[in-house]
Design a protein around this ligand. Structure first.
Ligand code: FPP
Length: 249
């Protein structure tokens, strides 16, 4: 996009962007192709989005790659998604390292094949000291699962430390512990729902829904979403007047 840099310079860039990458299947079916063709195109859109976010100075990009409910899809589609996940990790590891991007996978990885679990660990370890941006991939993830596991781990921790549970914060036990909460939540593909993505973490996120199908989501579309975010006033419970006064100070 022409003039992207000057547009982004005049814009408040979100620190953390979370995306539901929806619409791969419909994108493929519209071209009389198999749904899995759409997922392959979805990987390309993801690569572009990672590059754009890194170049805009976004600190964290979180994407929903596979929900806890996606196991219900036809086995062949699930197999293709698992294969793509493995292939992308293999192909992109060096690029993540070169671009100083840290990879973090959130979700219940115990249901993945052992080879996939090992690959995830390997790439996470390889990129663990990178600091330009954190890429979080939610895989076999559900927001309710996350809250559940956080509460269980918190209770166990408190018991072991012989302290009361209210000495601790749920935030510190979520799979996103240590990361800032998403400022901007994007869903492509036309549906306006959260679909059990980051439930706790998006309490104050700005929501942005677009009809664009994920494989068509490019730098232009990302910029449009960021501009929409940038034009909003985030009040976090304050009045608009209080926020304006703070901006003047
Ligand atoms: C939703 O589209 C998308 C998914 C369930 C998977 C998203 C996966 C990718 C973008 C590629 C793989 C990711 C990695 C990290 C390698 P849909 O199939 O629900 O589309 P539809 O709503 O049009 O049917």
């Amino acid at each position: 996009m022409q003039d992207t840099d000057s547009q982004i310079n005049r814009t408040t860039v979100p620190r953390h962007i979370a995306i539901i990458m929806d619409g791969n299947g419909r994108w493929a079916l519209r071209q009389n192709k198999a749904r899995t063709y759409g997922h392959k195109a979805g990987v390309n859109a993801l690569k572009q989005t990672i590059e754009s976010c890194a170049s805009y100075g976004v600190d964290v990009l979180t994407v929903f790659a596979f929900s806890s409910e996606n196991w219900l899809r036809p086995k062949q589609e699930v197999d293709v998604l698992m294969g793509l996940f493995m292939l992308t990790l293999k192909n992109q590891a060096k690029k993540l390292l070169k671009n100083n991007i840290r990879l973090k996978i959130i979700g219940d990885r115990s249901r993945f094949s052992l080879t996939l679990q090992e690959k995830i660990e390997e790439v996470e370890k390889l990129t663990s000291n990178n600091s330009a941006m954190t890429l979080v991939i939610a895989a076999n993830y559900g927001g309710q699962w996350d809250i559940n596991q956080a509460i269980k781990r918190l209770a166990k921790h408190a018991k072991e430390a012989r302290q009361s549970v209210d000495e601790f914060e749920i935030n510190d036990f979520l799979s996103t512990a240590g990361l800032p909460e998403p400022d901007l939540f994007i869903r492509t593909g036309g549906e306006q729902r959260i679909s059990n993505f980051l439930l706790w973490q998006i309490a104050y996120s700005e929501l942005y829904f677009t009809d664009v199908l994920w494989p068509d989501f490019d730098q232009n579309e990302l910029l449009t979403a960021i501009m929409s975010y940038s034009s909003r006033q985030r009040r976090f419970g304050h009045t608009g007047e209080q926020i304006n006064e703070q901006a003047i100070k």
